[in-house]
Design a protein around this ligand. Structure first.
Ligand SMILES: [Fe+2]
Ligand SMILES: [Fe+2]
Length: 252
């Protein structure tokens, strides 16, 4: 027999309470830098606090929008990546500039690590997330845009970003590994693909600009190999990284 609307609401509420009864523990990643890493990860006996047996969260976090069972790249944009305006505006800029689909896709995806995962070394994390699903040139360009952002190229009109002076101060100099990555990229056959990400990577936007993912659905369809099992469940070498974005608070 089908449940009435109020029975369904009751069942849903019951389920929410059940789920919230799970203890949520943050990964070290989310607290590192804020606490002494030599201290224990969690207080002794934290699982049994308040005398009430509590289990640790092992699946969906009820505080987050639930992902579909077989999530697509678009689902990650919808449910897990912070408002993607920066990515959409960069990709729109590349599209209007008449660049290839590879370049447009690279611009659309260049900062997904920042939007949904990890800031530090975001070019490398982003490239790794994408490697099984895009042309090698696209992930290569995303990996190296991180370094190229710090180095001007007057031949194409790319200057050191004013925003970086504000962000990091006048005296900031990229670390040697960033300089080395720049040197590698400078002499690579795909240098310009990565450079084009930096040229379309704009921080001062027209706040009234209208951007939409609709412009990129077909480009994603043609250039992103969406696994039929869903991102996170295809057994690829990076599936666990997508699962971590789906379930950032899963205990193990
Ligand atoms: Fe970036
Ligand atoms: Fe960016």
């Amino acid at each position: 027999m089908a449940m009435t609307l109020s029975q369904r609401a009751d069942a849903l509420e019951h389920q929410m309470i059940e789920e919230l009864d799970r203890k949520v523990v943050k990964s070290v990643l989310f607290t590192s830098g804020e606490k002494d890493p030599r201290q224990p990860i969690m207080p002794q006996g934290a699982a049994r606090e308040q005398g009430k047996p509590k289990h640790f969260l092992m699946g969906d976090d009820p505080r987050l929008p639930r992902m579909p069972e077989k999530p697509t790249l678009l689902d990650f944009f919808k449910y897990r990546f912070a408002p993607a305006n920066h990515l959409l505006q960069s990709a729109t800029h590349a599209l209007k500039g008449g660049h290839s689909e590879k370049v447009v896709l690279a611009c659309l995806l260049h900062d997904i690590a920042v939007s949904g995962f990890i800031r530090v070394d975001h070019g490398y994390w982003g490239a790794q997330l994408l490697e099984p699903y895009v042309d090698e040139e696209v992930s290569w360009a995303i990996r190296y845009h991180q370094a190229l952002r710090f180095f001007p190229d007057e031949s194409v009109g790319y200057a050191y970003p004013d925003a970086y002076i504000r962000y990091f101060g006048e005296d900031y100099r990229p670390e040697p590994y960033v300089e080395q990555a720049y040197q590698e990229a400078r002499n690579h056959k795909w240098y310009m693909t990565s450079r084009l990400i930096t040229l379309n990577d704009i921080y001062s936007f027209d706040p009234n600009a209208v951007v939409s993912m609709d412009d990129f659905i077909d480009i994603i369809g043609r250039n992103f190999k969406q696994p039929k099992e869903g991102l996170g469940f295809d057994g690829s070498p990076v599936a666990h990284m997508w699962r971590t974005i789906i379930w950032p608070t899963k205990f193990l």
